[in-house]
Write a protein that binds this ligand. Structure first.
Ligand code: BES
Ligand code: MN
Ligand code: MN
Length: 480
C-alpha cells in the first residue's frame, strides 16, 4: 500500500492532465450534434482502459450511445467487483454563466472546473487511477474487476437495461461499486444507502387552432398558458403536499430510528438557504429538509414554454403551451404507477377549454441498499483510511435507476461510494470537483480493493460472509 500511495503522490500532475483531456470531449448525450463526440469519448475511455492495463476492452454499440466494457479477472478465488459509471455529461448551457469554458478544464482554488468533473468522469477516473497504480506497480489487483461505463446515464440509460439483461454472464460479479454521488459535506465522507427514483412527464396543451391577436380575441378564449399554470398551481396544496390522488399510497414512512439518525447529522437550514440565495425554504410540512430531499417524494416543474418569449413585446394569445414535470419518488412507489396517476389526474383537472396530451418521457425506480453488506463494510474501512475520518450514512435525493436493475437482473447489491460534494454544481454552470476529494477518492479506492477480500471470504461462493464489522460514524442511520 505504501508503494501505491507514493506512486499516487508522484503522479498527481499527470493524473490531472489526463483527466483534463477526457473532460475536453463534449460527450453530451442528449444532443444529437454531439453524437460524434460521445462516440469519441467512448473510444478515449476504451483506449485509456487499455493503457492502464485493463483487459478485454470492448466498445459495445447500442441503438443509442456505446457502452464501454473492460475487465481484469486474474485473481481466482477473490471477489469480483462490477464498477459502473458514465462518461456522458449534461449540456453545459447557459454558457455565459461559466467562469471558464466548460470543456477546457481549469483548476482554481483546489477545484477542477469542467462539465463532467464531478458527474461523473472525475469520479470514474478516481477508480481508473487506483487500478492503474496496482497494475503498474504490483502487476495485479487484490480483486477481480469488471468495468461498465455507459454513455446514456444522463438521458435515462435507455439501452443499458437491455444490455445487462443480454449479458448476464459477462457481468456476473459479487457486488456493484458506483461513485456517482456526493459526500455529506467537505471533510465528511459518507456511504449512501438510498436514492430516489424518477417519473418524468410532459404536458402539452392546445387551445385555439392558431395564435390569435390578444386584443381581438382576448376575453373569449382560454389562454393555454393560463390554463397550464392553473393546472400546475393545483399540483401542490398549501402544506406543500402533492395533490394527485393516491400519490402517497405506497410511500414507506420514515422510521423513528431513521428520523433520529437524520437529526444527528450536522445541518443548518439557515446556512443552506443562504448558500442557495433564497429568503426562506419551501417544502412539505412536517418534515425536515433532509427528510424532504432524501426520503419524501416531490414534484417539480422543470420547464414551461409557450407564446412569445423574445425581446420586446408582442400581443398574442398563443395556441399552445407546454411544461416538463418530473416527480422524484421513494420506496415503495414505482415510476409506472406514478406516471399513470399523474396522467389521469392532469386529464381530469384540465379545463374543457383546451385539449391536453400527457407524455411519459422516462422513469427510474428508487433504491435502498443494505448498509451492512461486506462491500459496505469494506467501503467504511476504506473511507476511514482514505479521508482519515469515519464515514456517516446518508441517503441522496438524486437517481441512478440502474441500481435497482442490477439487483433485479444480476442479484447484486450496490455500494454507493460518492466523492462529489453537494455544492459542486452538477448539471449547472461552473461544475467542479474538489481535488482533495479526487485524491482522497483515489486513496479510498486503493484501500477498498485491498480491504474487500477481507470482508468477503470466498465471496464468489458465500455472499454473506462478513468477518469484521468496523464501527461506523456515530451518526449512523440504520436501514429499516
Ligand atoms: N450522478 C447523478 C445521480 C445523483 C445525483 C446521485 C445526486 C446522487 C445525488 C446522475 O448522473 C443523474 O443526474 N441522474 C439523473 C437520472 C435521470 C436522468 C434518470 C437524475 O438524478 O436526475
Ligand atoms: Mn452521474
Ligand atoms: Mn447527472
Amino acid at each position: 500500500m505504501e508503494k501505491l500511495l507514493s506512486y499516487l503522490e508522484q503522479n498527481k500532475d499527470r493524473y490531472l492532465t489526463e483527466l483534463k483531456e477526457w473532460l475536453a470531449i463534449p460527450s453530451i448525450s442528449t444532443s444529437k450534434e454531439n453524437a460524434g463526440d460521445v462516440k469519441r469519448c467512448a473510444e478515449w475511455t476504451a483506449n485509456h482502459m487499455k493503457k492502464i492495463g485493463l483487459q478485454n476492452v470492448k466498445i459495445f454499440p447500442t441503438a443509442g450511445h456505446p457502452i464501454v466494457y473492460s475487465d481484469w479477472l486474474n485473481a481466482p478465488g477473490k471477489p469480483t467487483v462490477l464498477l459502473y459509471g458514465h462518461y456522458d455529461v449534461q449540456p453545459p448551457e447557459p454558457l455565459e454563466l461559466w467562469t471558464t469554458p466548460p470543456f477546457q478544464a481549469d483548476i482554481r482554488d483546489g477545484k477542477l472546473y469542467a462539465r463532467g468533473s464531478a458527474d461523473d468522469k472525475g469520479q470514474v477516473f478516481i477508480h481508473l487511477k487506483s487500478l492503474e497504480a496496482y497494475l503498474k506497480n504490483v502487476g495485479s489487483l487484490p480483486v477481480n474487476i469488471k468495468l461498465l461505463i455507459e454513455g446514456e446515464e444522463e438521458i435515462g440509460s435507455e439501452h443499458l437495461a437491455g444490455f445487462v439483461k443480454e449479458n448476464k454472464q459477462l457481468l456476473k460479479a459479487d457486488l456493484v461499486l458506483i461513485s456517482d454521488s456526493s459526500m455529506f459535506a467537505k471533510g465528511i465522507p459518507s456511504i449512501c444507502y438510498s436514492l430516489r427514483g424518477l417519473a418524468y412527464m410532459q404536458i402539452d396543451l392546445v387551445g385555439p387552432n392558431k395564435d390569435l391577436h390578444s386584443g381581438s380575441f382576448g376575453g373569449t378564449v382560454h389562454n393555454p398558458i393560463q390554463a397550464l399554470t392553473e393546472i400546475i398551481a393545483q399540483l401542490h396544496d398549501k402544506n406543500g403536499r402533492i395533490t394527485i390522488p393516491g400519490f402517497y399510497d405506497d410511500v414507506r414512512p420514515l422510521s423513528k430510528k431513521e428520523r433520529e439518525a437524520f437529526k444527528k447529522l450536522p445541518w443548518s437550514d439557515k446556512k443552506y438557504a443562504k448558500e442557495l440565495g433564497v429568503k426562506e425554504l419551501y417544502g412539505e410540512k412536517g418534515y425536515t429538509s433532509l427528510e424532504r430531499v432524501w426520503a419524501r417524494p416531490t414534484l417539480e416543474c422543470n420547464g414551461i414554454w409557450g407564446g412569445f418569449t423574445g425581446e420586446g413585446a408582442k400581443t398574442v394569445l398563443p395556441s399552445k403551451a407546454s411544461a416538463k414535470i418530473s416527480m422524484r419518488i421513494v420506496p415503495d412507489q414505482t415510476s409506472a404507477k406514478i406516471a399513470k396517476l399523474f396522467t389521469n389526474h392532469i386529464k381530469k383537472i384540465a379545463p374543457k377549454t383546451v385539449s391536453v396530451t400527457v407524455r411519459d418521457l422516462h422513469g427510474g425506480e428508487p433504491a435502498i441498499t443494505p448498509i451492512d453488506s461486506p462491500g459496505v463494510m469494506a467501503a467504511v474501512a476504506a473511507l476511514e483510511k482514505g479521508f482519515g475520518k469515519k464515514p456517516l450514512y446518508q441517503r441522496e435525493g438524486g437517481s441512478i435507476p440502474i441500481v435497482v436493475q442490477f439487483k433485479q437482473m444480476l442479484g447484486l447489491d450496490t455500494v454507493l461510494l460518492g466523492f462529489g460534494l453537494p455544492d459542486e454544481n452538477a448539471h449547472a454552470p461552473d461544475e467542479f470537483l474538489n481535488l482533495d476529494n479526487f485524491f482522497g477518492g483515489i486513496r479510498t479506492s486503493l484501500h477498498f480493493f485491498n480491504e474487500l477480500p477481507n470482508y468477503m471470504n470466498g465471496a464468489s461462493k458465500k455472499k454473506t460472509a462478513a468477518p469484521k464489522k468496523p464501527k461506523a460514524g456515530k451518526a449512523k442511520a440504520k436501514k429499516r
